[in-house]
Design a binder for this molecule. Structure first.
Ligand code: FAD
Ligand code: SF4
Length: 495
């Protein structure tokens, strides 16, 4: 009986794959978790209680059939486990690596609620799909029938690529445009290799190209080609451009030399990891080597910056966050990883001003040196905060403690305060593309259609800064809506 292989959570404890030693992993950009050995994956999968109402599944944005593929893994039927897993997830090995499982599937695992420790769902999902890659089970699209209709997808992040994969497998002609020279969006240039190695993304890009998806890279829509021209070329268009406008500090000299934006910093580091020449890294501007580094922010981007700075050989890395550990948005798992690697978190603090080399005093305006160049940062004036009453969202608001400021020396400050949408209708000169009051594109919750006929939108540009797994879900759903729209139009034309 299948259940004999399952329900082992009472006798078998929760185990994650082995984590590399902090000192060794801080020297490179390889992933920090090793792969489960086959026996360990089988054993850990067998802990699942196969409960009648699987909360893990309902709290996975893709509603993955988790109990099914855990059971198949426990029974050693990995090819079937992979087949089941990829029915609902376009990039399972990516989600297995970088989903915040503690807030999604694993955080709602029933045996976790009973105090036995959650099933390691993410690590097993990764194991199943990595095994599938090794065994050649992951195959490019090979549509049974080619269709004439073409879809233009703007943005090669997980939202755009999930839609591209699904549409291509249905036989549609798919072209993906991106302003970068590589596909992957934040998977390639945002998220560092120690969470998601670049080859994991690049092999997916190659698979899509092998399946007939056409990539048009180095092409910025709105600059190199107009949005109207894209609409004219394709029968339907999907906007999946993400959010890239950096939130900034409202203090003087927020742009002093040595104060950099998180995504510029991470992109440079990821490019170096990919083997590119990066002048801003070579000349030290976007390189933490030997510097005292302060990262401002408490989300996933801030966590990626602090850990990147450690790997670049920073002298010290401190993270300033205005709330406390319990109230930060970033994953607790990543905070723990960062602390093990030598990052110091300075909770309940915010930057008040930056000091420069010229006067050593807090700068009141952008100071320049004798050559007219902005002075370099030498210290951050740190303000201490306390948590006050909850705001409308229920979170306790940080309040300034007067007179408790101090100066913290720093040669590099990285601003990781979050992202907002760019003003797409204005940038692209499109009338009639409706946006919300936050500037995100208005799209129907289920069909992902926008206010323009035949134009759809998914991922962060609709949701605001979110998660990879939500972008994948949106992309898959939009692909189905686009297919309905195009097949319906073809039927009408034939009648
Ligand atoms: C540093 C960092 C770490 C993160 N870590 C995690 C994590 O651990 N787990 C997780 O689930 N999520 C994480 N996220 C969030 C996650 O990366 C995003 O939610 C996800 O990538 C959104 O996917 P998307 O397809 O909507 O957009 P994106 O991935 O942003 O892709 C959009 C693409 O559109 C392209 N584009 C934009 N404008 C144009 C234009 N005009 N013309 C042509 N191309 C254009 C961009 O170049 C980009 O390639 C992280 C985000 C950041 C910034
Ligand atoms: S996709 Fe993410 S949330 Fe869903 S099962 Fe996998 S790791 Fe969990």
């Amino acid at each position: 009986m299948a259940t004999q292989k399952m329900l082992k959570f009472v006798t078998i404890g929760r185990e994650m794959p082995e984590k590399r030693d902090a000192a060794a992993r801080s020297e490179d950009f390889h992933e920090i978790y090793r792969e489960f050995a086959a026996a360990k994956a089988t054993e850990q999968a067998s802990r699942c209680s196969q409960c009648g109402v699987p909360y893990c599944q309902s709290h996975c944005p893709l509603h993955n059939n988790i109990p099914d593929w855990l059971r198949l893994t426990a029974e050693g039927r990995l090819a079937e486990a992979y087949a089941r897993s990829q029915e609902t997830n376009t990039f399972p090995e990516i989600c297995g690596r970088i989903c915040p499982q503690d807030r999604l599937c694993e955080g709602n695992c029933v045996i976790e609620q009973s105090g036995h420790g959650t099933v390691t769902i993410g690590a097993i999902e990764k194991y199943i799909t990595d095994t599938a890659w090794e065994n050649g089970w992951v195959q490019p699209a090979a549509p049974v029938e080619e269709r004439l209709e073409s879809i233009g997808i703007i943005g090669a992040g997980p939202g755009g690529l999930a839609a591209a994969d699904r549409l291509r497998r249905m036989g549609f002609q798919v072209t993906v445009y991106d302003r970068h020279d590589r596909a992957g969006g934040l998977l390639i240039y945002g998220i560092p290799g120690f969470k998601l190695e670049k080859e994991v993304v690049e092999r997916r890009n190659r698979l899509l190209a092998d399946g007939g998806v056409e990539f048009v890279l180095n092409t910025n829509i709105g600059e190199d080609i107009s949005f109207d021209a894209i609409r004219g070329k394709h029968d339907a268009v999907l906007i999946a451009t993400g959010v890239y406008k950096t939130r900034d500090l409202d203090i003087d000299n927020a742009d002093a030399r040595g104060v950099v934006k998180a995504l510029d910093y991470l992109t440079a580091s990821n490019r170096v990891d990919l083997g590119d020449e990066v002048p801003d890294f070579e000349d030290g501007e976007l390189n933490a080597s030997g510097k005292r580094v302060i990262v401002i922010g408490g989300g996933d981007t801030a966590m990626d910056c602090v850990r990147t700075a450690i790997r670049q050989g920073a002298q010290s890395v401190k993270c300033l966050y205005r709330r406390d550990r319990a109230n930060m948005p970033g994953s607790q798992r990543e905070v723990q990883n960062a602390e093990e690697e030598g990052v110091e978190f300075v909770w309940l603090t915010a930057p008040g001003a930056f000091s420069g080399h010229v006067t050593g005093e807090a700068m009141t305006a952008q100071e320049v040196d004798v050559d007219g160049e902005p002075v370099s940062i030498s210290a951050v004036r740190v303000q201490k905060m306390r948590l006050g009453a909850p705001d409308v969202s229920g979170r306790r608001s940080p309040e300034l403690i007067d007179g408790a400021d101090y100066d913290e020396p720093a040669e590099l400050v990285i601003k990781a305060l979050g992202f907002e949408p760019e003003e797409i209708p204005r940038l692209w000169g499109v009338d009639g593309l409706e946006v919300t009051r936050w500037g995100t594109i208005k799209a129907d919750y289920q069909t992902h259609s926008t206010s323009l006929p035949g134009v759809y939108a998914v991922g962060d540009i609709v949701r605001g800064a979110s998660l990879v797994v939500w972008a994948i879900r949106d992309g898959r759903e939009a692909a189905d809506s686009i297919a309905d729209y195009l097949i319906g139009a073809a039927r009408v034309a034939a009648e």
